[in-house]
Ligand binder design. Structure first.
Ligand code: CP
Length: 307
């Protein structure tokens, strides 16, 4: 039995196979409409979500399976003090696979150790968000035709933004990937990513404050929201929340073939005037999220690809 806790749980070859399956699903949805008939997905969301929870549910329904779950800790027995380990042991009696989001780093790992069904990490605190990474990789591959041989700008809250941590982890495995890390000093990338992932893998990267100066060099600009829920101090959040706002004027500095991604939800960091720019790819990204989650569910449940 396999889990998906971290993008590195899958080799590059396995991720390539998963993205190819997701692409086949995108182009031939009826072929996959019954491959999970009789299977159940549990969504265990201890933290708010729109895209991740509903895209998992949409994915399982599109495969012919069914879904059950909870969308907040308050509506589960966590409110009575139940541990994640006991909860997943119970859920293992009800479902064939589980997707779990939790505010504490490492919680998906804890669940996987007590689980008798595959566990998917749907976001654990400020740590990892591997299915967002699969979504991001599919988006980049579909739009540019490649992974690797590119400069990726990551902008905003690089300290608490788990999607950024997962994406860097995954992308350092593709050749000739360079990063420009654009953040205010207080929201720089954590040292374990800088030292243990970027430097340890001899990846070319630079850390800068200025988005305008970085724009002309980028193949991909990955914008992120300042993660209000992870701040200890509201004053700091208010001071930093609008540190970068991507608007039409800034987009003029970018190349014609640069794409803008964002895991969403957006607050102020991308002006809505950018949405109509053909390089704005963040709503396409949402759609790709369903296909990769369909492919991931099939892979973890070891469902045969239909002819
Ligand atoms: N991208 C993402 O994780 O969105 P939600 O918080 O809405 O699930």
């Amino acid at each position: 039995m396999r889990h998906m806790l971290n993008p590195l749980d899958f080799s590059v070859k396995e991720i390539d196979a998963l993205l190819s399956l997701a692409s086949d699903i995108e182009h031939n949805p009826p072929k996959y409409a019954h491959v999970c008939d009789g299977k159940k997905l549990a969504t265990l969301f201890y933290e708010p979500s729109t895209r991740t929870r509903l895209s998992f549910e949409s994915a399982m329904l599109s495969l012919g399976g069914s879904v059950l779950g909870f969308s907040s800790a308050d509506s589960s027995s966590a409110a009575k003090g139940e541990s994640v380990s006991d909860t997943i042991r119970a859920i293992s009696c009800y479902a064939d696979i589980a997707a779990m989001r939790h505010p504490k780093e490492g919680s998906a790992l804890v669940a996987s150790l007590a689980s008798s069904i595959p566990v998917i990490n749907a976001g654990d605190g400020g740590h990892q968000h591997p299915t967002q990474t699969l979504t991001d990789l599919m988006t980049i591959r579909s739009l540019t035709g490649r992974l690797g041989h590119m400069t990726v700008g990551l902008c905003g809250d690089l300290k608490f933004g788990r999607t950024v941590h997962s994406l860097i982890n995954a992308m350092v495995r593709y050749p000739d990937t360079r990063f420009v890390l654009i953040a205010p000093d207080e929201l720089r990338i954590p040292s374990y990513i800088r030292e243990d992932v970027l430097k340890a893998n001899h990846i070319e990267f630079k850390e800068v404050n200025n988005l305008d100066e970085a724009m002309p060099d980028l193949d991909i600009l990955y914008m992120t929201r300042v993660q209000k829920e992870r701040f200890f101090n509201e004053e700091d959040y208010i001071r930093l929340k609008d540190c970068y706002i991507l608007d039409k004027k800034k987009m003029k500095l970018a190349r014609e073939d640069m794409y803008v991604l964002h895991p969403l939800p957006r607050v102020n960091e991308i002006s809505t005037e950018v949405d109509s720019d053909p390089r704005a790819a963040y709503f396409k990204q949402v759609q790709y999220g369903v296909y990769v989650r369909m492919a991931l569910i099939m892979t973890l449940l070891e469902v045969e690809k239909p002819c």
